[in-house]
Design a protein around this ligand. Structure first.
Ligand code: ADP
Ligand code: MG
Length: 626
């Protein structure tokens, strides 16, 4: 066969139903498309008039009006923009996917300014009208002098009728005759919701009018004095022009939050892509509440979708904010976004901006930063674990509250405690439960950091991986040398060895539990008879097990707990001195068990059985006192 080249042709009869059905997943999108066409028409006219190519009277009040009529099952979209000549209707409407917006931009590219962005792009938006209509009507009069008004009707097939129209005012009216399945859209309240969702920030004032209500009661319908949208959303302004009050007000209005946000980041990028937006760090209610952020994505002020995780780094989904990016497609398809190089760049850029802002706060307003820490540490820690780049940027501004109530960085903590325990970080994850250990630490001039967010156990693992050699130990995992009274240990070695042996044997006997190890030390805090230690490794193992099996397995792995008796404590001394007195045997057993339980209680909650025993033993001891 001879070689041949050509263009693949598409038959509209076949493709049209597909467009109608599959173009958009949400049927209410037609509202957005038709209103944004009206906004485009207005913006085009504004631009032409500003460069002297169109004559528009100075007092023109531009708008897009939406009129709904339940009885007639119609919705009208009326704009006073550029309108279309019959040639233009033929070109832009009769040819599917021939976008007039692209034509316009190509022609006036160099005269574009930011405030007049054109939304249209693919030349398909208008056809979304057919998703909900039996027939669609256009009445339009172009701004061009001497042009004739045109009427265009199409009843869903690929045939249309064009004729002269009686329209006298410049602009375009689109009339939808809703189909049976779509009459729900002829409801004023429903329509209002849809407009507010998709068009809340479109650049031309939008009014909604209910024709039925109007006919019944003309005076009451004052609502249409006020546009449904905010044509100057805050993110479009330059950051230097926005006041703190405006940021807060915008936040409360858009995210329906009654609390002020902590702080915010105003994004304003022209190169290498166009991006504007405001990211807010919300104040958390309560740590246990799952934080639910909301990032609204816009394209030239048209709402696209909430929480598109391809565009915004996942960890920032905990924030609330708006992102407006004209370089992203209006109709977001996830698979498209995943492969779009711009998207990856945008996401990177956003997380860089967040890191910059945090660093600035840390450097310039350290006090404020400390105060925010409780609310923002989750974002930051989560971000670090999700993104290496982010971690590298913020690692030096991660702070920890310590047991003295101060905030320190990891570096600062390690430096301050170098002499006492090198590369070891002691932490508390439950200030109440571990109060006894904290007291002991404080008495001996030691500090631990407080890590009590849900995310912290993961974050510790992460930090240990990142920061070579650094080990995190819970405050009850080990006895630091600083806590021990070494001088007294050096006094009489032999005697001490003897005592140790006696006490160990005695307690092993009393507790009759092979699993508990017994140690004897000289602790500087003399009023503490004993503490329980559980090695960090064992505790993490237990924690992991309970996480996987969803149950508390701490009692299954008791073998690693150590009871450390304090030789310097009077009660322990007394037991020691009476250890060979047969008549005291029963009392010593009671006291020994009690010492163990008390130490245990400072370490973790007693289980039911142990608690019952503890109470009954307490009563026994009290009875003996009287
Ligand atoms: P797009 O907006 O992506 O260009 P549409 O299918 O929404 O595609 O519209 C096709 C074209 O029809 C537009 O580009 C514009 O030239 C023209 N058009 C649609 N609606 C209007 C309108 N209300 N006023 C003037 N022109 C319009
Ligand atoms: Mg359009």
């Amino acid at each position: 066969m001879n070689q041949e080249k050509g263009n693949i042709s598409i038959h509209t009869q076949n493709i049209f139903p597909i467009i109608k059905k599959w173009l958009y997943s949400d049927r209410d999108i037609f509202v957005r498309e038709l209103i944004s066409n009206g906004c485009d028409a207005v913006n085009k006219l504004k631009r032409l008039s500003s460069i002297g190519e169109a004559k528009v009277s100075d007092d023109t009040k531009y708008s897009v009006k939406v009129k709904v009529n339940k009885d007639k099952k119609t919705i009208e979209f009326i704009d006073n923009g550029i309108g279309m000549t019959d040639e233009e209707v033929k070109k832009y409407i009769n040819q599917v996917a021939f976008s007039g917006a692209e034509d316009f931009i190509a022609k006036y590219q160099d005269k574009m300014d930011e405030s007049n962005q054109i939304i249209g792009h693919f030349g398909l938006g208008f056809y979304s009208a057919f998703m909900v209509s039996d027939s669609v009507e256009i009445n339009t009069l172009s701004y061009k002098e001497g042009s004739e008004p045109v009427k265009w009707i199409c009843s869903g097939g690929t045939e249309y009728e064009m004729s002269a129209s009686d329209k006298t005012e410049r602009g375009t009216t689109i009339v939808l005759h809703l189909n049976e399945e779509s009459t729900e859209f002829a409801d004023e309240y429903k329509l209002r919701e849809i407009i507010k969702k998709h068009c809340a920030f479109l650049p031309t004032e939008i009014y909604l009018e209910n024709e039925n209500a109007k006919a019944k009661d003309k005076d009451e319908n004052k609502e249409d004095d006020k546009p449904l949208n905010d044509i100057h959303p805050l993110w479009m302004k330059s950051p230097s022009e926005c006041t703190e009050e405006e940021y807060k007000e915008f936040y409360k209005k858009v995210f329906h939050d009654f609390k002020d946000p902590l702080f915010w980041i105003h994004l304003n990028v022209d190169y290498p892509f166009n991006l504007k937006g405001i990211l807010y760090f919300p104040k958390l209610d309560h740590e246990l509440n799952t934080i639910e952020g909301q990032i609204k994505l816009f394209n030239n002020q048209v709402f696209v979708a909430d929480n598109i995780k391809e565009v915004i780094p996942e960890f920032l989904m905990l924030l609330k904010g708006v992102i407006d990016c004209a370089d992203l497609p209006l109709n977001v398809s996830r698979s498209f976004l995943q492969n779009d190089r711009n998207v990856a760049k945008i996401s990177k850029h956003i997380s860089k901006k967040v890191a910059d802002k945090l660093t600035e706060l840390y450097k310039k307003e350290r006090e404020t930063y400390n105060n925010f820490w409780n609310d923002i540490n989750m974002f930051i820690k989560y971000g670090c674990m999700r993104e290496d780049d982010f971690y590298d940027k913020v690692k030096d501004i991660i702070i920890f509250k310590n047991t003295n109530g101060n905030y320190v960085t990891l570096k600062e903590y390690l430096e301050a405690n170098k002499e006492k325990h090198e590369n070891k970080v002691f932490y508390v994850d439950d200030e109440k439960q571990q109060a006894q250990y904290i007291r002991m630490f404080k008495e001996n001039g030691l500090e631990a950091i407080i890590l009590n967010s849900k995310i912290d156990s993961h974050f510790i693992n992460f930090l240990e991986m990142k920061e070579n050699g650094v080990k995190f130990n819970r405050i009850d995992s080990d006895i630091s040398d600083t806590l021990k009274d070494k001088d007294s240990d050096n006094e009489n070695k032999e005697e001490i060895e003897e005592e140790t042996k006696t006490l160990e044997g005695l307690f092993k006997n009393i507790l009759s539990n092979d699993k508990v190890k017994v140690n004897v030390e000289s602790l500087k805090s003399e009023d503490i008879p004993a503490v329980i230690l559980l090695s960090e490794e064992s505790r993490r193992m237990q924690q992991m097990n309970s996480m996987f099996q969803g149950m508390d397995t701490s009692n299954m792995f008791q073998n690693d707990e150590t009871l450390v008796l304090n030789r310097k404590n009077n009660l322990v001394k007394a037991i020691l001195s009476k250890s060979s007195d047969e008549s005291k045997k029963e009392d010593i057993k009671l006291i020994g068990e009690h010492i163990y339980d008390l130490a245990m209680m400072s370490h973790k909650q007693l289980d039911g059985e142990a608690m019952a025993k503890f109470i009954s033993r307490s009563n026994k001891i009290l009875t003996k006192l009287i």
